[in-house]
Design a protein around this ligand. Structure first.
Ligand code: CA
Length: 221
């Protein structure tokens, strides 16, 4: 799952980036509204954490442009402003949630998890496919009732496939969801992760099918 932070306070942005990466998300940080707006055109993000008081163009305008393009990503507004009318305005412009500064990082992480669950089409804490059970809160995996520990990149690939089970996910989408701007991950690396995953989950009653020329689909056998 890939998150964009648009925030001009470097101390806050760095703390957010650190916590979100610890929690296993791919995170990019941008410190002004114009660049945030450009980055969002790419459509690769699952969630935007948006400060309202941004340089160049403010958070409201970023949100307005985003919703005009009809992009389906969740937006969590961060605001230092006390005025309740701003909260209403933000939500009316299409934000999904709102958090007033100062806030605890634990609360932010809980809201991020909730928004990403909703964004994946179901408010599920557990995703079950065959004998695989994935807990979206703790990001832990069980195979036939037994905990299965996977390296982060493999878990990341499986996570995206589980969230979109039955639908084709391209290699580009996997790369985009797993890595930040500054990583250069090849299609070959994704193939290697998928190959390893297939072996590890083959007893789970699910398969990762290759959709030739398109990507991968996670299906029940
Ligand atoms: Ca600000």
């Amino acid at each position: 799952m890939r998150i964009l932070i648009a925030e001009d306070d470097p101390a806050l942005a760095e703390a957010l980036q650190f916590s979100l990466r610890q929690a296993g998300y791919a995170v990019d940080w941008i410190n002004n509204g114009v660049i945030a707006d450009h980055a969002l055109v790419s459509g690769v993000f699952d969630l935007l954490i948006l400060d309202l008081g941004l340089p160049k163009i403010d958070g409201f305008e970023v949100l307005r442009r985003l919703r005009k393009r009809n992009l389906q990503l969740s937006v969590l507004i961060l605001s230092g402003r006390e005025d309740p009318r701003e909260k209403v305005q933000g939500l009316d412009l299409g934000a999904d949630d709102y958090l007033a500064k100062p806030f605890s990082l634990d609360e932010l992480l809980a809201r991020v998890r909730a928004l990403l669950r909703r964004g994946s089409g179901a408010s599920r804490l557990q995703i079950v496919q065959g004998k695989l059970q994935f807990d979206t809160v703790t990001r832990t995996l069980m195979l036939d009732g037994v905990p299965l520990s996977l390296p982060q990149p493999e878990l990341g690939v499986l996570e995206v496939l589980l969230h979109r089970a039955g639908r084709v996910v391209s290699k580009e989408q996997l790369i985009e969801h797993l890595y930040n701007f500054d990583h250069d991950v090849s299609h070959n690396a994704i193939e290697v992760y998928v190959h390893r995953l297939r072996k590890k989950i083959e007893s789970g009653g699910v398969t990762i099918r290759t959709a030739y020329g398109q990507g991968y689909v996670l299906d029940k056998e």
